[in-house]
Ligand binder design. Structure first.
Ligand code: KIV
Length: 276
């Protein structure tokens, strides 16, 4: 049974400005996905900085083949549950596929995810002109935005699969210029997924906002993983960029605490988790 996290030690709530301070001070940011109140409470108790309600829930919770079938109603439902499990951890949630169909829709989606469901920030994939306009419009209305570049899973059909991005010179330059563009549009943080380690380092150094990597090497300002991947319970082959933190440990709480400690010390990700 889910019990409210009343015994959790008091911790200063993580805020959007505090993430910027963490980058400035060189303190690594720990981010992990959660899809329900019980896992959210585990993250909060372990001192994870950011809980992400990823649309990866389509794959790891719903058993879909991609994130594309996830709807705004699904995101509102899961975000509300996660919000109820958190006290100090910052809550970021995904804009689902095609939430960017027009500006009114994206603003309505932001209002529901933040106002109704309780997120503090929304994540939106890509850097096309209409996405930059959406980032600007959301942040102008005091809805913080997490941009998402590199291997953006909602573009799976365009990419022809879940492929590492930015390997060739021109593609790397494109990722870098997109990162500068989302920052310019007002994004507060950036998730950078599935790019070579050297590009992860370049983007992190070029940006003033925190860059959270997943399969982007150890030089990013923080790391994010899908929680079921880092607990080793995702069906199929574990992604190269992930690690099973539950192996050899006695509980989910210990596994999350080990992940947080390894991100903060720089022990995770190791070279073997990165791409060339
Ligand atoms: O949906 C998700 O869980 C994500 C992370 C993989 C970054 O976008």
């Amino acid at each position: 049974m889910y019990v409210e996290n009343a015994s959790a030690p008091a911790r200063k709530p993580v805020t959007v400005p505090s993430l910027h301070v963490m980058k400035a001070e060189g303190r690594k940011i720990v981010m992990l996905t959660a899809y329900d109140a019980s896992f959210a409470a585990q993250l909060d108790h372990a001192g994870v900085d950011i809980a992400l309600v990823g649309d990866s829930l389509g794959m790891v919770v719903q058993g879909q083949r991609s994130t594309l079938p996830v709807t705004l109603d699904h995101m509102v439902y899961h975000t509300s549950m996660v919000a109820r499990g958190l006290s100090a951890t910052l809550l970021v949630t995904d804009m689902p596929f095609m939430a960017d169909r027009n500006l009114d829709y994206v603003l309505d989606a932001g209002a529901r995810l933040v106002g109704e469901a309780g997120a503090a920030m929304v994540k939106i994939e890509g850097a096309a002109p209409h996405i930059l306009e959406s980032i600007h419009a959301l942040t102008e209305r005091a809805i913080p935005v997490c941009a998402h570049l590199g291997l953006t899973p909602q573009s799976v059909h365009k990419f022809g699969g879940y492929r590492v991005q930015g390997r060739e010179h021109d593609a790397a330059e494109r990722v870098l210029s997109e990162a500068l563009a989302v920052q310019q549009a007002g994004a507060d943080i950036l998730v950078l997924e599935g790019v070579p380690t050297a590009l992860g380092e370049r983007v992190t150094q070029a940006l003033g906002i925190p860059v959270i990597g997943i399969g982007a090497g150890p030089h990013c300002d923080g790391q994010v993983l899908v929680i079921y991947d880092m607990l080793g319970i995702t069906p199929g082959k574990r992604p190269k960029f992930s690690k099973d933190f539950l192996a050899g440990r006695g509980s989910v709480q210990e596994a999350i605490a080990a992940y947080a400690a390894d991100v903060r010390s720089g022990a995770f990700p190791a070279a073997e988790h990165g791409y060339n």
